[in-house]
Write a protein that binds this ligand. Sequence first.
Ligand code: TAP
Length: 495
Amino acid sequence: MTAIAPHPTPGSALEWDYAPAPESAAIGRIRDRYRMYLDGDFVDGQGDDLTSVNPATEEPLATVSTASAADVDRAVTAARRAYEGPWSAMPAAERGKYLFRIARGIAERARELAVVETLDNGKPIKESRDVDVPTASAHFFYHAGWADKLAHAGLGPAPRPLGVVGQVIPWNFPLLMAAWKIAPALAAGNTVVLKPAETTPLTALVLAEILADAGLPDGVVNILPGAGDVGQALVRHPGIDKVAFTGSTEVGRQIQSALAGTGRALTLELGGKAANIVFDDAPLDQAVEGIVNGIFFNQGHVCCAGSRLLVQESVADEVLDKLRLRISTLRLGDPMDKNTDVGAVNSAEQLQRITELSATGDLEGAQRWTSPCPLPDRGYFFPPTVFSGVTQSMRIARDEIFGPVLSVLTFRTPDEAVAKANNTPYGLSAGVWTEKGSRILGMASALRAGVVWANTFNRFDPTAAFGGYRESGFGREGGRAGLAAYLRSDEGAQA
Ligand code: TAP
């Protein structure tokens, strides 16, 4: 239990009796062991310990206690108690103050969070430092402001929370996904049980310390590390009112069928195979930067990655030449080096998947080009790779590779670009590069994607709704629509 005064008095949002949680004593370094966060306490779970591995060195980082089904049950009970007790009784403005404190807590421990994230996940430190951590903090700041303004969100005069929310997240943005899930849920007045991914549990547990240090009432957020079975126990628990899941389409499907007929709300953020479309009038150097960012940011472990480049035939050779030249300058290697552009793949399993899927490109007749960058002797690394001569029927054009592999297709007319871009069961994101504003608007309405970026890619902002169609899932995260997904209203949540 954390030694925190109950609630700050109104008006003293930033002044509260602060006593760091015992677990915070080790700020600034990775501990040998992390415990789960249940009902305001850091406790050992009943599951088998897992070892988190640094994917850049293949060395163990820390042991992590995991939850059992009984722990899930305890956490759901604690979240229910918190929901029916202090959290619902609290004025919305007070709830907002907790979110502000959490946002500040993330900012205060930004350096530590960036280091832990990079060691645990393999992403370059400049990305965790400049993207993951500040965006996570911004997400709490944004939602803090909403907590006492829900009645003005256009979602009905008295929007009500759903209750206890079960949230399951993947390994590609461990802290940011936790923020995307927890911030809107709390702002809307829900309580949370969250399961981080098995290979990247550490920053969610550092976030738990920040929540404890912010004085969040016991049980409002519970963080239970573990493998897929813990996620399964959580999403199927009858005490959960809503499930929010980010991960693979395959697991999303299982969850949707398990919840069918239960009346519980569900949002799914699943996979993607985004088209990044370059027209011949686009500023090509800028487009090349956007293509590189679209597929090599976070080693391509991005659900909305621009993994299919659709380039207009008249400029295809020029764009490919520029692209190869630019990719040759990317530095791959130690994620802790601030000059590194491409870090480690998160796990041996994911490296194998990327290797196998790209081999189908060779077999099916595409031309592989690989960046000449040297690979480190140890760790899970895959070089930036471009396949040209790709046709729509090839697996590398259809399947989500979730790695630094770009498939290049060409088109002649805008209609052909739209047809090819939409020829996927997914519908999460797309990019359009052109000088013509009217073409941007036309493409944005013709593309079946939840997010369409124009002359940019992979831009994230808490004010903007993010989410997909079809096999990319449903429901939105961020913005007003993201709040609606955590409120009882006609909008947002889907049973
Ligand atoms: P998944 O295997 O689906 O895992 C996601 C999470 O679900 C993990 O925490 C996982 O635990 C857990 N899980 C596994 N089986 C489960 C089950 N039967 N019931 C409940 N939870 C279960 O995906 P991943 O490999 O971690 O992530 C990659 C995929 O996620 C990609 O397809 C990617 O596109 C998608 N993704 C989508 C988005 C958005 S916003 N749309 C964002 C990021 C990633 P373990 O860690 O133990 O497996």
